[in-house]
Design a protein around this ligand. Structure first.
Ligand code: GDG
Length: 457
């Protein structure tokens, strides 16, 4: 076991005196009292490439940021990361935009970062790389002679071998992965796909302990489902409900909530259509149920995101036009971010958490919705089988988001579900969230990484 410093690398560094978010909670715990280093981009776009890191003080661990140039932002971040890898890994090869300069700058940013990192990494450090923007980092570090343990965690789904073939660099892509010591994935299905990709390589040797050997290097792949700080979020939901009333509803009217970055992978159009199907099938629900969809903007410079926004505006207008009356608007669609404390209260107010992605690494909204419920009168989670969370959250009503009737029927079932069944399902789901929370996630990943054998396989 190595006890060296932890060095985390992610695309975006959390900057400011009080950064928040799941990853910050998990890693603050992982850095512990010994501290460590977190490295990532500053979020600033400059004209000159930055040759060295900027230090940020104020936390128990050290933070180092670097700036991207406008060209790097366009090609590495919006281009290869979010117009090639993101759509492909979410099963949307049709939305990929392949340009050679995207890949060139993706590699250039990964190499440039590796170079800067190599100068600060110490002999016993363990390096933990986060997510799809930095897939090529370990290979670049190895080329520079960095021999430390390097782990990688992919927050989004791993693609099928069939989809990998659609990459302009599918062979090199597998070699990038083979340079890590440990690859963490959200779900078992992702591990199976990664192993299939490795199996397609003639130079891969599957070892009896489950690891894979490429030449002299050995790599392991396992699933570590990301959790949330469930206990803290439950407290936040109670506080939010005491602090202010939720959205105003007519007597007897019930709320269904959806919360997602406005992304085509989240299945929001299907959700709206399934909700319309529910209204069509159950006329008595007219005026009795409202869908609140919070969908803050994201990656608006990418054309596919402009298209999904236009589609949703059209669809919500159409459904509201058909069903609304003087006192009831069936879909309340908010294209803006809502403060986190407010969100916790809205989840708690909602009788249904409607989470219907077409592809999703995990989906933390599903977990937050459950954590926010009143255990004495909990709402029901309706969850897509395509979210990684479905592997853990078997007590949700699991649906196929492509089948509008199935989703509509699950909503109807949730609205009618007796209190005893709701409590039993919620109790089991909450227990799972508390047992496998976000610190469990980072601790299990790091314990595994620190324990992987080094040197020749
Ligand atoms: C990636 C993977 C994986 C959303 N709207 C507002 C808001 N949010 C917060 C939610 C939740 C987070 O954003 C979204 O997390 P998800 O997990 O649902 O999805 P991604 O952003 O796509 O995250 C995903 C995750 O990484 C972690 O590994 O689960 O599969 O795609 O926390 O609450 N927060 C606030 N206002 C909003 O309007 N405050």
């Amino acid at each position: 076991m190595s006890d060296g410093r932890l060095v985390v690398v992610s695309n975006r560094l959390p900057i400011g005196p009080n950064p928040s978010g799941g990853l910050v909670v998990a890693l603050t715990d992982a850095f512990g009292d010994e501290g460590g280093l977190w490295v990532g981009t500053s979020g600033r776009v400059t004209t000159e490439p930055s040759g060295k890191f900027t230090h940020h003080d104020g936390l128990r661990f050290e933070r180092l940021s670097f700036d991207l140039t406008l060209r790097q932002h366009e090609n590495y971040y919006l281009g290869y990361s979010n117009s090639v890898l993101w759509p492909l890994f979410h099963g949307r090869a049709d939305l990929m935009e392949i340009k050679s300069e995207f890949l060139d700058d993706y590699l250039a940013v990964n190499r440039h970062l590796a170079q800067m990192l190599a100068s600060v990494v110490q002999r016993d450090d363990v390096i933990w790389v986060q997510d799809y923007q930095l897939l090529a980092l370990a290979e670049a570090l190895r080329d520079m002679g960095v021999n430390n343990r390097i782990g990688f965690f992919l927050h989004i789904p791993f693609p099928t071998l069939y989809d990998i073939k659609a990459l302009p660099n599918s062979e090199a892509f597998i070699s990038w992965l083979a340079s890590f010591d440990l690859i963490g994935l959200q779900a078992q299905r992702d591990v199976a796909r990664l192993l299939e990709a490795f199996r397609s390589r003639k130079d891969a040797e599957f070892l009896p302990d489950g690891a894979i050997r490429f030449g002299e290097h050995r790599v392991e792949a396992r699933n570590f489902p990301v959790g949330i700080d469930a206990a803290a979020f439950a407290r936040e939901a109670v506080a939010a409900t005491k602090a202010r009333p939720g959205v105003s509803l007519e007597p007897g009217e019930r709320l269904i909530i959806g919360v997602d970055r406005l992304d085509y992978s989240k299945g929001i159009p299907n959700r709206f259509k399934a909700f319309a199907r529910l209204l069509e099938k159950r006329e008595t629900l007219s005026g009795q149920v409202t869908l609140l969809q919070i969908a803050p903007p994201t990656r608006e410079e990418v054309a596919a995101y402009q298209d999904i926004r236009a589609e949703l505006e059209q669809l919500s207008g159409q459904i509201n036009g058909r069903y609304a009356d003087l006192t009831w608007t069936p879909i309340r669609y908010i294209h803006r971010a809502v403060p986190r404390a407010r969100l916790a209260g809205l989840y708690r107010q909602a009788a249904i958490g409607l989470v219907t992605p077409l592809a999703d690494g995990m989906n933390l909204v599903a977990k937050e919705y459950v954590a926010a419920q009143d255990p004495e009168d909990p709402g029901v989670l309706v969850l897509s089988s395509f979210a990684g969370a479905a592997e853990q959250m078997e007590d949700a009503l699991i649906v196929n988001p492509f089948d509008l009737d199935e989703v509509a029927d699950a909503m109807a079932r949730a609205l009618e579900m007796p209190l005893g069944e709701r409590k039993a399902r919620h109790g089991r789901l909450m227990q799972g969230l508390l047992e496998q929370d976000v610190t469990w996630w980072s601790r299990s990943f790091l314990a595994t990484l620190r324990g992987v054998p080094r040197g020749l396989a």
